[in-house]
Design a protein around this ligand. Structure first.
Ligand code: NAD
Length: 469
């Protein structure tokens, strides 16, 4: 009986997924989403609804993940900036791009048109649950698509607010929020989409890509990794400590581009460790647990995994945990080695292991032992030669020199990974592009008809030979 009910529920879910995708496809094919006016109005509506519901979002982020109010506003303002930037530039982005026409295609003119892909599936992660589901949606709408959005099930309160906002702004045939667990994702992935945009772990990224491959659906994968920070011997240690800790401790370390670990030049090790410990105290005081500026881990599973990575013998500062609150203190670990457990996986919590290097070749050898190309890299140095050498020797998605995390906030920079940290990039114009097909059009005239390429070819091969010289 239980099995029969379960089977009925599975069929009902699949039927719903089939219907939802079919309705969005019909709406897309009606051409309703294509005009500039429709797209810009949709974006403006979304902008207004987010402003109207900002307090609901702040409250929901606190309920689900203990997010400090300031950090909730980082999530909201990043999205609002993206919307404003998109609204401002959309008309220019939509214009076809004129390009040159080669000799053999004459007489004619060539252009590249950005056309919408169609029906998109956007799957969000738990760590910035509103931003990372809705920011891709901004690109999807701007490019004239429809989208089904699946927020992470680990933030049920945020998912409710997201549903309220998006369903207030859009007809479900245009944008539909589908809440639930991975069963929901899997039911939707049985359907044929025109594009799947996934943000989450490399492990689930593989599942998504395999499912999309059945329909030959293209995927954009925004994944994670172990993002290194390098503090060279000539770095400004005070500024480095502040910027590293600000990037790391945001959202209690649950940020895909957070500095995962630090490589410190051996000659400044002690001075830097002191600077880091002092800065940590200056940021959060002696009683971090009661400080509302510091967040919590999302659930017990993540709490246990991250707490289990603390090697008590290596704690320089912090190290305390409280399972009942899912609290892990901001923790600095010193004298860490590449073969320690903490160096084998993305930490995704407030632990910051520090390793030392003596030379750049030794540093590069260490970065090559990381599981794969990281999503980000941060380098603190005053030397342009060191900067060039590091950039030429380590592969990573994107990053900063003398800062952390902030490259994500610049809509002029594409945001995405390489290798295991992802494929494809978005933000600003790149979001519009990732949800568009670049269609090539050669427009010929019939007034002039050069017979060069028509049979019989006779001795025209001589002309061919001359042109390739
Ligand atoms: P996750 O991979 O566990 O989950 C992401 C989404 O996939 C969620 O919506 C979840 O419900 C769904 N999901 C989970 N298991 C599934 C399954 N078996 N089948 C189908 N769907 C499934 O990731 P997370 O824990 O929510 O987020 C943390 C990870 O995401 C980290 O690795 C982090 O680095 C990465 N991340 C990357 C970016 C980026 O922009 N590159 C941003 C945020 C997070």
């Amino acid at each position: 009986m239980g099995a029969a009910l379960e089977s009925d529920a599975v069929s009902a879910r699949q039927e719903w997924a089939t219907q939802a995708v079919a309705r969005q496809r019909a709406f897309f094919q009606s051409g309703a989403t294509r005009s500039y006016g429709f797209r810009v109005q949709a974006l403006k509506k979304l902008h207004k609804a987010i402003l109207d519901h900002q307090q609901d979002l702040v409250d929901a982020l606190y309920t689900d993940i203990g997010r400090p109010e300031f950090e909730a506003y980082i999530e909201i303002s990043t999205l609002v900036d993206e919307l404003k930037h998109t609204i401002k530039h959309l008309k220019a982005w939509m214009k076809p791009e004129k390009v040159a026409t080669s000799l053999w295609a004459q007489p004619g003119r060539s252009r590249i048109e950005s056309v919408p892909l169609g029906v998109n599936f956007i799957i969000g992660p738990y760590n910035y649950p509103f931003l990372l589901a809705v920011q891709p949606l901004v690109g999807a709408i701007a490019a004239g698509n429809t989208a089904i959005v699946k927020p992470s099930s680990l933030n049920p309160t945020v998912a409710d607010v997201m549903e309220t906002i998006l369903h207030k702004c859009f007809h479900e045939d245009h944008v539909h929020v589908f809440k639930g667990s991975s069963d929901v994702t899997n039911a939707l992935l049985e359907e044929k989409f025109d594009h799947v945009f996934f943000t989450g772990s490399p492990r689930v990224g593989r599942i998504i890509m395999a499912a999309a491959a059945k329909h030959l659906t293209p995927v954009t994968l925004e994944l994670g990794g172990k993002s290194p920070t390098i503090v060279h011997k000539d770095a400004n240690l005070t500024v480095a400590a502040r910027r590293i800790l600000a990037g790391k401790m945001l959202n209690a370390g649950q940020t895909c581009i957070a500095p995962d670990h630090i490589y410190v030049h051996a000659s400044i090790k002690e001075a830097f460790e002191k600077e880091m410990a002092d800065t940590l105290k200056a940021f959060y005081g002696n009683d971090v647990k009661s400080n509302r500026d510091f967040g919590r881990l999302i659930n017990d599973k993540h709490f246990k995994r991250v707490a289990g990575l603390i090697d008590k013998a290596k704690v320089l500062a912090g190290g305390e945990t409280d399972a009942a609150q899912r609290y892990i203190a901001p923790t600095l670990l010193k004298d860490v080695r590449m073969d320690d457990a903490i160096m084998q996986e993305e930490i995704f919590g407030p632990l910051l292991p520090m390793l030392t290097y003596r030379s750049l070749p030794e540093l590069f050898e260490m970065t090559r032992q990381l599981p794969d190309h990281p999503l980000a890299l941060y380098l603190f140095t005053e030397s342009e030669a060191v900067e060039r050498e590091v950039l030429d020797n380590v592969q990573f998605g994107g990053g900063c020199i003398n800062n952390t995390v902030m490259h994500v906030a610049n809509p002029h920079l594409p945001f995405g990974g390489v290798g295991e940290s992802g494929m494809g990039a978005y933000h600003g114009k790149n979001s519009f592009d990732v949800f568009s097909h670049k269609r090539s059009i050669l427009k010929a005239t019939t007034r002039l008809d050069i017979k060069l390429r028509y049979p019989p070819y006779n001795d025209r091969v001589k002309i061919m030979k001359r042109t390739i010289k």
